[in-house]
Write a protein that binds this ligand. Sequence first.
Ligand SMILES: *Cc1c(COP(=O)(O)O)cnc(C)c1O
Length: 355
Amino acid sequence: MEQIRIQLTENPKQKPNMDTMPFGKIYTDHMFVMNYTEGVGWHDARIVPYGPFTLDPATMVFHYAQEIFEGLKAYRTDDGHIQLFRPIDNFNRMNDSAERMCMAKVDPEFCVEALKKLVEIDADWVPTAKDTSLYVRPFMFADEVGVGVHASKTYIFCMILSPSGSYYSEGINPVKIMIEDQDVRAVRGGTGFTKCGGNYAGSLRAADRAAEKGFSQVLWLDGVEMKYVEEVGAMNIMFKIDGKVCTPSCHGTVLPGITRRSILQIAREWGYDVEERLISADELVEAAENGKLEEIWGTGTAAVISPVGEIAYKGKSYVINGGKIGELTQKLYDELTGIQWGRIPDTRGWIVKVK
Ligand SMILES: *Cc1c(COP(=O)(O)O)cnc(C)c1O
């Protein structure tokens, strides 16, 4: 394994009140960077003071968007330790994204070690208040200079850290979502299953229009028939229908969330029938009208679980569980956050200790 060169900052930043940080606004003192060159591989792995990149205007990422990212968190336990949740899964998924976008693959084990080192160096930035965390953003982009269209021969991989306050500082309030029936996010054969920046660029218009109507997220439909639900903004979606846990299957257009995978495993272990399958918007409407759509929640690293209290489709609104968080949603939230923050023992090998 390659050595990581470490250059510590001579000007540590003044730390703000990290326990009440808004998401993604403040970054720590250091970042991890390494470079890839075709024929050479990854080189110059380094932890250096946090700071800007200087890039030529013709750098390929600005023009053809070869850019992928990941998102995970470091958690402070009650006894002061710091831990990561399934970090290897993030770097494996980054390689799935890289493969689709013709980008360089990373060594997942090396990346976990590099991340542990980085978090250890910036350990004082991991907040301590309940439900706070240090958000980790690994990303990679094409940095070859030239506007000819082809896969870049060089890449930069970087990891930055951002302390974030409790996602639910005002308590877990269910959100209102809207089934989007104009724009689509992904199509079969496209890049829907990857965490590439371009997926987000294309999704902003629908999110803005939904926000104007008072919805906090859109629920995407499939890009071919616009009939089957896929996922919400940056979260996978799950339904409790007539006692069963149902979620759209990951067949190329849905991002395979690590929170999704974890929640499905826990639900199965608890004895629930779990179905990964096609779920049409019409089926949801029918279940809602028959009183069988018992709970809806989104899953993703940022919120862990986000209960949905209302869902709208074609101008009609359906209130779920009286607009309150469902019993199973709450139980799953307590279980997974319990494991992540170390309040519940990790029996599945999901936790990686930093220090
Ligand atoms: C990151 C992401 C998710 C959630 O994935 P997690 O691994 O659970 O954080 C879901 N959908 C999209 C589009 C995403 O980008």
